[in-house]
Ligand binder design. Structure first.
Ligand SMILES: Cc1cc2nc3c(=O)[nH]c(=O)nc-3n(C[C@H](O)[C@H](O)[C@H](O)COP(=O)(O)O)c2cc1C
Length: 447
């Protein structure tokens, strides 16, 4: 029997996941709009035989431009460019179900899947925050449950659209003058609570049928949604125990939803800060922390915790009377993770900002390549992860360090592929997932 292997996703973010990364001498402050920067990152990840790379997104300017790079290229467009600069790596774009319409988005992802030869993935998010809502004609953020209800209908419609062409619709019979078979086109004719979509997609069915479906919310609603639709899940977990509980819970929910537990891959995030010795890794971490602008960190934390400006004291603890998760309409699970982290480790606001500055609540780990590999292996082999979302603090050097120093150790331990091999695989095949059948082919309409 072949050994179970890790799935690795490179979470790319301009100069790195550390909020002060752009201030270091090696960083290019203009990286966020530089295609060459992203091509370089994608090729490094491909050298490390990663399964995929990933871009986050939201239809709003996430933070003030005062203290750190803000704003980014639109992910599907950027990934389309990266598709032509890479051969094997999967390309996962974030797109919101709250502020898109299914027809346009299904069309874009089908296009990316064609252009990349079956390497497209969609990180399905419901978009927390009132800022985005106000960019789309709403006065306030739709309630959390409402956003997830819309997401479920969005997915149902998108799936109908991607299935509106059967795989063998195109006949291409030049002699007979028959290009396609109209009987294999299935218009959705959808009339629902949020969407009405009549006609078939205007893109033929793509190599994967549809993009790999990825999800990244860990609230109750988020997990219910993931169990029903997601094939891969990104999650922020601080301890191996929490990660194990999340993993077990999600797998059992997936089985309860009538799916195979192995058909949903759970990828916690890790921010590795790598040094040739532990002291060197800690020194790297310190340099990054020293570049944090604390006034910015306080403002950001107050927003995340839904506190009035000026509430937090830099050298004090978090207030004791914070609201429960049920009162939060934004990003529920991240809120709880941050509050629990501060309380468990008795962090001051300044220390909490230092921890979040590295990875916004994802596990940060400073150590030697062996120690990083040991942590990954421990989580992977103890029922906490099917792989990892690698979130380098500094880019490109952090991704280079991971690929040059950690990847060889994982390969030597038999935990990671040594090459992509041929023939070329789709993103879904890389993740060991079956190609979805067309709903009209499994259950043909009664005639
Ligand atoms: C690795 C990772 C990446 C994420 N990327 C995005 C993103 O690009 N855009 C976004 O709106 N939310 C993103 N999220 C947030 C989730 O989609 C979700 O909004 C958040 O976790 C709160 O969801 P919940 O209320 O269901 O817990 C990401 C979460 C994780 C763990």
């Amino acid at each position: 029997m072949t050994r179970r292997q890790l799935h690795l996703n490179a979470f790319l973010m301009n100069t790195g996941h550390h909020e002060a990364s752009w201030r270091l001498p090696e960083s290019d402050p203009y990286a966020s709009v530089d295609l060459a920067h992203y091509v370089r990152l994608a090729r490094i990840a491909e050298r490390g035989t990663f399964d995929s790379l990933f871009l986050a997104d939201g239809p709003q300017l996430w933070s003030s431009v005062g203290q750190r790079p803000a704003g980014a290229l639109e992910p599907i467009t950027l990934l389309t460019a990266l598709a032509t600069a890479t051969e094997h790596i999967g390309l996962i774009a974030t797109a919101s179900t709250s502020y898109n319409s299914p027809y346009n988005l299904a069309r874009k992802f089908a296009t990316l899947d064609h252009i990349s030869g079956g390497r497209a993935g969609w990180n399905i998010v419901t978009t927390a925050g009132a800022e985005a809502a106000r960019n789309f004609g709403l006065d306030a953020e739709p309630a959390h449950a409402e956003r997830y209800a819309r997401a479920a209908e969005f997915l149902d419609v998108a799936l109908k659209l991607w299935d509106s062409w059967e795989d063998d619709t195109i006949v291409a019979d030049k002699a007979a003058g028959v290009w396609g078979d109209d009987a294999k086109i299935h218009p959705p004719r959808h009339r629902g609570r949020y969407f009405s979509v009549e006609g078939a997609l205007n893109v033929p069915r793509s190599p994967q049928g549809y993009p790999l479906l990825v999800q990244a919310g860990s609230s109750e609603d988020g997990k219910r949604f993931a169990a029903r639709y997601a094939e891969a899940v990104f999650t922020a977990q601080q301890t191996v125990e929490d990660a194990r509980a999340f993993y077990t819970d999600l797998k059992s929910r997936t089985v309860a939803a009538g799916r195979d537990a192995d058909h949903i891959k759970v990828l916690p995030g890790i921010v590795p800060v790598i040094g040739s010795t532990e002291a060197e890794a800690r020194a790297h971490e310190r340099v990054l922390e020293e570049h944090i602008v604390h006034t910015h960190g306080v403002n950001h934390l107050e927003r995340l915790l839904h506190l009035d400006p000026g509430t937090l004291e830099l050298d004090g603890p978090l207030p004791a009377d914070l609201p429960p998760e049920s009162a939060i309409e934004g990003a529920k699970s991240r809120y709880t993770l941050i509050v629990e982290l501060a309380r468990r480790e008795r962090l001051t606001v300044r220390q909490l900002i230092g921890r979040l500055g590295g990875g916004r609540g994802h596990l940060t780990f400073a150590g030697t390549p062996e120690q990083v590999a040991d942590t990954i292996q421990l989580w992977f082999e103890s029922g906490a992860a099917d792989g990892f979302n690698i979130m380098p603090a500094l880019l490109p050097s952090g991704l280079e360090a991971f690929v040059d120093h950690v990847v060889p150790i994982l390969r030597a331990r038999g935990l990671l592929r040594t090459e992509y091999g041929s023939p070329r695989r789709t993103l879904r095949e890389r993740y060991g997932l079956p190609r979805p059948a067309n709903q009209h082919v499994i259950a043909p309409a009664l005639v």
